[in-house]
Design a protein around this ligand. Sequence first.
Ligand code: GLA
Length: 384
Amino acid sequence: MDIEIVRSRFAKHFNGETGYVYASPGRINLIGEHTDYNGGFVFPGAVQQGMMAEVKPNGTRTIRAYSIDLKDYDEFSIDGEGPHASHFRYVYGVAKEMEKLGVPVQGFDCAFAGDVPLGAGMSSSAALESCFAFAINDLFGDNKIGKMDLAKVGQSTEHNYIGVNCGIMDQFASVHGKKGCLMRLDCQSGEFQYFPWDPKGYRLVLINSCVKHELVGSPYNDRRKSCENVVAAINAKYGTNAQTLRDCTWEQIDGVKPECNPVDIQRANFVMGEKDRVLAVCDALEKGDYETVGQKMFETHQGLSKDYEVSCEELDFLNDVAFDCGVTGSRIMGGGFGGCTINLVREELYDLFTKTAVERFEAKYGKKPIVIPVVIGDGSRRIA
Ligand code: GLA
């Protein structure tokens, strides 16, 4: 991302003025998919790609926004209904959610751009939300809102203004990211640890199928509902007060089979297994046992594809290619329904694997997938 481009577009659209510049990254996730809204564990890290925004208070109640990538401009009042276009709705939603936390938000001028590939499952929207949450906290809130609350602002923006009932992983990772570190977050307690990520002899690489992953209007919310149905059935049958599947046992899930839709049970069983896999991966990482990490990634892919049913033909194909090449671990990353696979690859296999994946995918689908090497970067920050 080029700060000079952001600076020059801002100046062009706002009478040669200058504001502050903020950046927030997208994310990868090593393992722990669809566990966040189930109170489980996730294992993300921020990437170098992200969103950048120049922002300057304008002394009114109006937000004037320019999307550099889409060459689109709009202005809307903080007190009105907000814009329709989703790229501006994120900005509006974040401003409203920051107001709810008591931040005296005022109007501002902004121009933003990003280099997180859209629809790749790398959380470009969380990057945008976190960027503006961070900026508004800095410009109007004396930085009094803590990082976890900034992440929650992004999440409630998705819920209340976009219609995706997402968990906290993406915004958490964007705000808290640290160069060279993955993070294990317990989504129930909010506790997290940084894990230095330096897999000697291995590399992480994403292969973007370029099938656009789009959670708005996707069955993402249905997956979440399935899990909630099972929790409700357990509470009704056992008189418990479980909030999420994290509070439930395999036996309880088995016990409510007669009351539940079999598909809901299948989804819940995936989530239980995924929770255990994250913990197994953490143990393996502490021992430097990357082969076990990789094996768990393949297991996650199977679960996401067959039980949670959030894969697609192209992603399953990329997973098969990785397996055939002898890659250590490979799986769908993020919400699914398109986007990338994440692959843990031994150094000596890297060139052969990426070349083979591109060639075989192109031969089958007539278009090249995009190879994205993973570099773990920093979280939300002011850069100028
Ligand atoms: C999307 C959501 C996250 C998480 C993942 C799946 O990225 O935004 O909250 O649920 O899907 O792990």
